[in-house]
Structures are given as structure tokens and as C-alpha cells.
Design a protein around this ligand. Structure first.
Ligand SMILES: *[C@@H]1O[C@H](CO)[C@@H](O)[C@H](O)[C@H]1NC(C)=O
Ligand SMILES: *[C@@H]1O[C@H](CO)[C@@H](O)[C@H](O)[C@H]1NC(C)=O
Ligand SMILES: *[C@@H]1O[C@H](CO)[C@@H](O)[C@H](O)[C@H]1NC(C)=O
Ligand SMILES: [Cu+2]
Length: 706
């Protein structure tokens, strides 16, 4: 990698992630990689020579170079730097071409989608790599702007330093310049005053004595900056607020000087004496147990799972489950309407992108010892490819759980005690979007279940306050959140992640969405000692509005995506159900600007007609978007969805009322949902799976515990 590239990349990280990282950004094989994994095809390849081998493989470094060359021919501004690439990704071939493709066939033509800006205009372009042509170029197709580039985030964060007013405010607070750390929260969109130009907010912190500057906000001083002109539009100084202490905020292991008061946990890891059971073929095709799926890093979604196919346990036939699944958008609104806070309503996927923020995973701690790592290859703003190393890990999880069991208490003479251990396969990515960290897991089970989990950790976005104790607060106690340390308020907020789940059940894109309702029945007098019971009634959703679903404990449904044309031997349609986990809804008013943009959280479940342009739940151009290209808008078209190619959308989320334990870094909180087979298999698909036997395993006995 060229030095200039490394310099750019470190600028990028400096600006976007605000981290004091010590990673080396040159590609380097992972020393923990277990070379016994699978066949030779799993060995890492030299990225500069890598070729796509599957229609859904991400753009390679060479292809990114090729796109840059094509773009420079189309508009010399890409060479001179006046045109910038905000996003570059594979433009997937049509579904039918992908599903018909077999290994050994020629790849369908390779195409890139590029979102770029020049002369203040947004261009959404389609670039054909083979013909070397830009085949479509849509200018400002919707409201909003592209994902911010690293360079503009970096440049914007420096703008206040050119302002004398800012200088005076900082001087008045007695904060040394060298201790300032300024970050760039996205501005959201709040009506006509903020249209027609790209704006961003700037907020500063003190990093004196700690890398955890997030816990040391310089409250009361808020800037708005024009991203293109690099000028301060507005400075609001509401007067100094004490900057919270730095002591006790550093979270690095090496600086902790008092061990936690608990007994030490001995080193632990799982053993796979015969090596892992999965293979990664041709770089991106994962094969494990009865599953095959394609996995790829993506600049915007971070991690995309495609063509997830499960093998039928009886016939051995591969059966399709999900064509594509990924985190489509996030929404993190803060609950404080005041000057420095009202705009905080992050849409991290479309504003910053999960790919560049997916930092290298930490072996043994982010992923277990038996993990295999994948790199991402993305385009920088000027079209130079760079590598996001160890961005995704894959590992088999054995957590000591049971996948099915029965002991027969009523046939004691037979001594029946059958139990099967649960082993799953996990694909994981962890992103650090500024202060917060999110861990995304796709977990596959041999019984056909897919579990998606999002875990949040990292730093709270906190607010400085003059108060040091709840007794000082009086009536103000619950102004915008609880006091979580001296002079620190943990502002209440929500987290939502909306997933795009393009289900193609069992060999066809023609699927239906069935609402399986549990309806309470009253027993007619005298018919039974019972007075009430629940009865199952099925409703096939005809149109998109029939599938706008708000979860309700007192009106329970199961939600099935079925292939009405594939029936089990008993005549049940082959299906998968979406099983919601613990969840929360966005309660903001629908006329509140953040909720207009975050309208994809108005329901927890939606089903839309498949449309390749409708991938990003908040719109293609999320930054400062006005809500004209959201899932709500698409779904309100009310297209027919019965026996059609349909996409399921699910939003998981939680309200977050911070507490002292979230300081100075949050223990993870998780939310999840499952995709579970329902009448998909003829019977329990893992009946024939072998139990574990002691003889197959290395010696591991707990030492005396008494
Ligand atoms: C602001 O103050 C810093 C440090 O004192 C100085 O380097 C910089 O030139 C000042 N900027 C302006 C615009 O006065
Ligand atoms: C899917 O439905 C379309 C009409 O909506 C029909 O033309 C097509 O043949 C169907 N395909 C299958 C496999 O049933
Ligand atoms: C597909 O999606 C785009 C973007 O929402 C929309 O303009 C177009 O009308 C849609 N096509 C159909 C057939 O719904
Ligand atoms: Cu939170």
C-alpha cells in the first residue's frame, strides 16, 4: 500500500472514529489464523490480484481501480479531486442471473454503483466494468446527501479553529487548545433553514488525562458548519458548564490500577481437535453443516449475507431460505430538545457507513480462538482501494447449550437419556460509529434457525451539568437523563436497527406473508368447564398495508413467509417465521423531523414488493434527507404482495435510560430476532445428529470444586 494511502486512512480514522488506535493498516495475515481450516481454498489471497469468483463477490481492489479509471474518463474531476466518491459498491446482477449461475459459468457483467458529488450535486451512477462506460447517472434523485467522506469529516471538525469567537469561548473556559477534541454529530434535518447546503454540527470535548474524551464534554458551546464551504454558520455559547473529571474514565486494561473484587476466571477456550467444520470457498462462500451462504463486506451495510440455503435433512436437496439479509438503516434519537442536543438522531448506516467503521476485530476477545477472519476492500473518496482488515469473523459457537433432549422418566428400565449439544456458526462484525460500538451477529443453527443479534457497547453520548449529586438536582432530576457520574448526565435515547430480509423460501421468489393470529374464543355456556381458549386463524396479506405491523402482547400473531407453491407431505406450505425478540417502538410523534426521516421505525415489521431500488430503509441519500424515500413511503404504495417476490423488514431496538454502570464504558446490551423454519422440514431435521462422545474430545476436567 502506498504511503499516501496510509496517510489518508489514518486521517480518516482520526476524524471518523476518534480513536487512539495502534493498529497497523497494512494488510498482514492474522497470526491466529488456523491454517488447518478446510481446504487450500480458504488460504488468504493477495488482495491486489484478487478476482471475483461469484456474481455477488464484492468489488476487488483491481475492480475499484478500474472504476476509478472509468470515472476519470467520464469526468476529469475524479482525477483532479473536484469530484468525490462517497460510496462505491457492487451493483448486483439481476436476481435471476445470480440464482441461475453455477460455479464454472462465466460471471454476469460486473457493475458498480457509485455515489459521487461534484459542483454541489449528488450523482448516483451505474458503471459497467466490462464496457468501461457510465451507463446511468441520476442527479439529485431524492432529497438528502450521500454518506460523508472521511476527508470532509476531518476537515469539518477543524473548522471551528479558524473562528475567533470559538477561540474566545474556549479561552473563557480555560481549556488548553492541545486538549480539545472536536467531533462531528450529523445535523439531521429540521426544515427549510437547513436545506440547500450540507451542514454538520461540531461539539468539543477535553481529552486531558484520558483517551475517553467522550466523558468530558465541553457543554454549552455548539457549532454548525457548512461542509462544502468549510465555514462556521452558527456558534452558540450558552456559558461554561463544568467539564467532568477525567479520573476513572480510561478504560484501557494497561492503565487499570485496581483489580476487580472477584475471583479470577481461569483461561478458557473451546477445543476443536479436528479443526473447524466450516469452509470458506473462493473467498466468500461459507459451507457449514447443512448451510451454504455467501458473505461479503459492504461499505454501507457492513456485512451482507446472501443466498442462504439449507440442505434438506431427508433428501439432501439444497433449499433456499433468504436471498439477502443486512442491516439497512439505524436510528438513534436522543431525548433532549435543547440547543446542543435536539438534532442528535443518528442514522449511522446512511450517514457514515458501517463498513469503514468496522474496525479490526480483537482476536480472543471479540471473536474466539477458533475464528476465521475476512477483510473488506473499499474505495477511498478518490477511488483508491483500501483494506479493512479482520473486519468480519466466522466461528463455531459451542456455549454448552442443548439443541434437543428427552429423558424417559416413565420407562425407567430402558434408561433413556438422549441429549444433543447445540453448535452454531456465527458471522460477526463490530462497528465503532463514533462513541458507540455495535456488534452484529448472524448465527446459523443446524435446525434451520437463523438468529440475528445486535449488541451495543462503547461510550454513552453524555451531557455536562453543574450538578454532582442527585440531591443538588431537585426538580431537575430527570431533565434529560440520570446523573451517572459527577457533572455527567446520561441523556436518554433509543437505538433502532432495521434489517432488510429478502426471503426467497424454497426455490421460488413467489412467496406470501401470512399473519397467524391467536384469537381468544369464549366457550358457549354449558359446553365445557373451560370459559375461554385461543384459536389459530390465518390471514394472507394481500397488499403492503396489510403487512405494516406493530407488535402487541395482547394481540398475538406469528408472522410467516411461505412459499404457497411448495407444500409438505401434509399439505402445509413451506415457510419461515420471523420471531421477534424483546423490542421497543419509537414513540416520537410522526411530525417530529427525526421521525419523518426515521419513518422506517413506524412499524416493527413490514413486507414490501421486491424492488431492487428499495434497499435502504431511510433512502439512498440519508444525510439531511427529508423522509421522501423511506420504507414508509414505499409501503404506502400498497402494492400487491401475495404470491410475489417480497422483502421482509424487521426493526429491533431498545430504549436506553443510562445508569452508573454504563460509565465510563457500557457493558453490552443485546437485542435479537430469529428466522425459524415452520413446516419447512417434514420433521425435526436434526433427529439423526450424533451426540458428543468423551473419546472424541481432549481431556478437560474441572479441578476439585469443593
Ligand atoms: C485560536 O487560538 C489558537 C491557539 O491559541 C491559535 O493557534 C489560532 O490561530 C487562533 N485562531 C484564531 C482564528 O484566532
Ligand atoms: C410467480 O408468479 C408470477 C406471477 O405473479 C408467475 O408469472 C410465475 O410463473 C410464478 N412463478 C412460480 C415459480 O410460481
Ligand atoms: C421501485 O422503487 C423506486 C424507488 O422507490 C420507485 O421509483 C419505483 O417506482 C419502484 N417500482 C415499482 C414497480 O414499484
Ligand atoms: Cu444507548
Amino acid at each position: 500500500m502506498a504511503d499516501s494511502f496510509l496517510a489518508r486512512l489514518s486521517l480518516f480514522l482520526f476524524a471518523l472514529l476518534f480513536l487512539f488506535a495502534t493498529y497497523s493498516w497494512v494488510y498482514r495475515p492474522d497470526p491466529n489464523f488456523n491454517p488447518t481450516l478446510g481446504s487450500g481454498s480458504t488460504a488468504r489471497v493477495d488482495r491486489s490480484e484478487e478476482k471475483p469468483r461469484h456474481p455477488l463477490d464484492p468489488l476487488t481492489a483491481r475492480e475499484i481501480d478500474r472504476v476509478r479509471a472509468i470515472l476519470t474518463g467520464y469526468n476529469p474531476g475524479f482525477g483532479s479531486g473536484s469530484a468525490k466518491i462517497h460510496a462505491m459498491t457492487l451493483d448486483e446482477p439481476e436476481k435471476t442471473r445470480v440464482t441461475r449461475w453455477r460455479k464454472g459459468d462465466r460471471l454476469p457483467p460486473r457493475t458498480a454503483e457509485v455515489v459521487a458529488m461534484w459542483n454541489g450535486e449528488t450523482h448516483v451512477m451505474t458503471v459497467h466494468l466490462d464496457s468501461g462506460r457510465v451507463v446511468s447517472d441520476r442527479v439529485n434523485p431524492t432529497s438528502g446527501y450521500p454518506i460523508l467522506t472521511s476527508n470532509e469529516i476531518m476537515a469539518a471538525s477543524q473548522v471551528p479553529f479558524k473562528s475567533i469567537e470559538f477561540n474566545n469561548s474556549i479561552k473563557a473556559r480555560g481549556i488548553p487548545y492541545a486538549d480539545l477534541k472536536c467531533i462531528t454529530p450529523s445535523a439531521g434535518w429540521f426544515g427549510p433553514d437547513e436545506e440547500g447546503r450540507r451542514v454538520i454540527k461540531i461539539q468539543c470535548f477535553s481529552q486531558q488525562g484520558t483517551p475517553n474524551f467522550f466523558m468530558r464534554p465541553i457543554e454549552g458551546l455548539y457549532m454548525t458548519v457548512d461542509i462544502d464551504r468549510l465555514e462556521v454558520i452558527k456558534i452558540v455559547d450558552k456559558g461554561p458548564v463544568p467539564v467532568p473529571k477525567g479520573a476513572g474514565t480510561d478504560y484501557r486494561f494497561k492503565v487499570q490500577n485496581k483489580p476487580a473484587q472477584m475471583d479470577r476466571i481461569n483461561p478458557i477456550s473451546i477445543e476443536q481437535p479436528e479443526g473447524p467444520s466450516f469452509r470458506v470457498e473462493d473467498g466468500h462462500l461459507v459451507k457449514w453443516a447443512n448451510w451454504v451462504f455467501h458473505i461479503r463486506p459492504d461499505q454501507r451495510a457492513g456485512l451482507i449475507i446472501s443466498q442462504a440455503t439449507v440442505r434438506d435433512s431427508e433428501t439432501g436437496e439444497p433449499r433456499s431460505v433468504m436471498y439477502k439479509g443486512f442491516a439497512s438503516e439505524m436510528f438513534v434519537p436522543y431525548m433532549d430538545p435543547e440547543e446542543g442536543w435536539y438534532f442528535k438522531s443518528y442514522m449511522d448506516v446512511g450517514e457514515f457507513g458501517l463498513g469503514p467503521t468496522a474496525m479490526p476485530l480483537v482476536p480472543l476477545n471479540d471473536c474466539p480462538r477458533n475464528a476465521y477472519y475476512l477483510d473488506g476492500v473499499f474505495s477511498s473518496p478518490d477511488g483508491i482501494p483500501y483494506i479493512q482488515s479482520n473486519m468480519i469473523c466466522l466461528f463455531e459457537r459451542y456455549a454448552g447449550d442443548v439443541s434437543w433432549r428427552h429423558s424417559e422418566i416413565l420407562l425407567p428400565e430402558q434408561g433413556i437419556r438422549e441429549s444433543r449439544a447445540k453448535v452454531t456458526l456465527v458471522a460477526r462484525m463490530a462497528v465503532s460509529v463514533g462513541n458507540y460500538d455495535y456488534i452484529f451477529d448472524w448465527e446459523f443453527q443446524t435446525d434451520g434457525l437463523i438468529r440475528v443479534t445486535v449488541s451495543a457497547s462503547g461510550m454513552l453520548m453524555v451531557k455536562g451539568t453543574p450538578y454532582q449529586n442527585v440531591d443538588d438536582l431537585g426538580d431537575k432530576e430527570d431533565d434529560s437523563g440520570p446523573l451517572i457520574s459527577e457533572n455527567v448526565i446520561g441523556v436518554v435515547h433509543d437505538h433502532f436497527v432495521t434489517f432488510h430480509l429478502d426471503m426467497d423460501i424454497d426455490g421460488s421468489t413467489n412467496n406470501s406473508f401470512v399473519k397467524v393470529h391467536l384469537e381468544k374464543q369464549r366457550v358457549p355456556k354449558g359446553k365445557s368447564p373451560r370459559k375461554s381458549y385461543l384459536k389459530v386463524k390465518k390471514y394472507v396479506a394481500k397488499t403492503e398495508k396489510d403487512a405494516q405491523i406493530k407488535l402487541n402482547l395482547y394481540d398475538p400473531y406469528e408472522f410467516h413467509v411461505v412459499n404457497p407453491n411448495r407444500r409438505s407431505r401434509l399439505g402445509n406450505p413451506a415457510g419461515y417465521k420471523i420471531v421477534p425478540g424483546g423490542n421497543s417502538a419509537s414513540l416520537l410523534d410522526h411530525d417530529d423531523p427525526p421521525q419523518i426521516r426515521g419513518a422506517f421505525t413506524n412499524n416493527q415489521i413490514w413486507v414490501t414488493r421486491y424492488n431492487r431500488s428499495e434497499q435502504w430503509a431511510g433512502g439512498v441519500l440519508m444525510y439531511q434527507s427529508q423522509g421522501d424515500d423511506t420504507l414508509q413511503v414505499w409501503s404506502d404504495r400498497d402494492r400487491s404482495i401475495e404470491n410475489k417476490d417480497i422483502v421482509l423488514w424487521y426493526t429491533l431496538g431498545f430504549h436506553h435510560i443510562p445508569c452508573q454502570e454504563d460509565y465510563p464504558v457500557m457493558p453490552t446490551v443485546s437485542a435479537s430476532f430469529e428466522l425459524k423454519p415452520v413446516n419447512f422440514f417434514e420433521s425435526n431435521p436434526i433427529l439423526g445428529v450424533e451426540p458428543f462422545f468423551e473419546k472424541d474430545l481432549p481431556v478437560c476436567r474441572p479441578a476439585a470444586t469443593s
